[in-house]
Design a binder for this molecule. Sequence first.
Ligand SMILES: Cc1cc2nc3c(=O)[nH]c(=O)nc-3n(C[C@H](O)[C@H](O)[C@H](O)COP(=O)(O)OP(=O)(O)OC[C@H]3O[C@@H](n4cnc5c(N)ncnc54)[C@H](O)[C@@H]3O)c2cc1C
Length: 208
Amino acid sequence: MAQYKRVLLKLSGESLMGDKQYGIDENRLDDYARQIKEVADMGVQVGIVIGGGNSGVEEAAYLATLGKKVVVIQDLPTLTADQKAQDILKSRPNVEFRFNSSVTKFLLDENGKMKGVEIKNKDGKTEDILGDGAFEYIGLIPVTDMVKDLGIANKFGYIEANDKMETKVPGIFSAGDVNVKQIRQVVTATADGAIAVQNALKYLDDLN
Ligand SMILES: Cc1cc2nc3c(=O)[nH]c(=O)nc-3n(C[C@H](O)[C@H](O)[C@H](O)COP(=O)(O)OP(=O)(O)OC[C@H]3O[C@@H](n4cnc5c(N)ncnc54)[C@H](O)[C@@H]3O)c2cc1C
């Protein structure tokens, strides 16, 4: 069984600052460099990426630079990531794909550690994919149960709001990632919030 270490390294400006008010914390930088070397030296043998959207495809392309092989499992007949991300992933020589296939089970070894996944394709054929780590990128579920009886969410649970952040229930405004929208990032969430507040204030003014 291959030796492995599962590490998620996210290098951001803030994380490199450590406890400092400004500049880069050299100890933190050394620590990251040591971790990266450690992972590279050990070598991921086979990484399994579940999901062929942007997140999965981008992470698979990165994983392919560290591991010997990456297997991407996608339940649809094609990847759904941006074409540019797909092109980068497909240019990696050590990436395999399983399309029209869903993960049905995680496989464990005798010590209870994950050793792979079982997948089932659309014809009902199962296959065991052995790997050192599985990385899941199969989407997010918005936490909108509290509004489900109001009929303001779509079938995926995302709230439908207009460009004033009004839902179809007067007086209920919605902003951020829970909304139906193209890009879910801090900058779009805060912009939604500013718009929602302005329009909520106007709504309250109009009530008086
Ligand atoms: C791993 C990851 C990395 C990301 N990286 C970036 C990045 O680099 N740059 C970027 O711009 N965006 C990034 N994003 C996206 C960004 O985090 C979101 O777009 C942003 O946080 C959305 O803000 P929000 O206020 O809509 O939702 P959230 O930040 O999710 O805030 C919702 C808040 O509502 C609270 N809440 C939930 N239900 C209830 C309830 N019933 N009652 C009261 N409170 C409730 C939650 O606890 C939470 O505090 C990342 C997201 C993830 C998951």
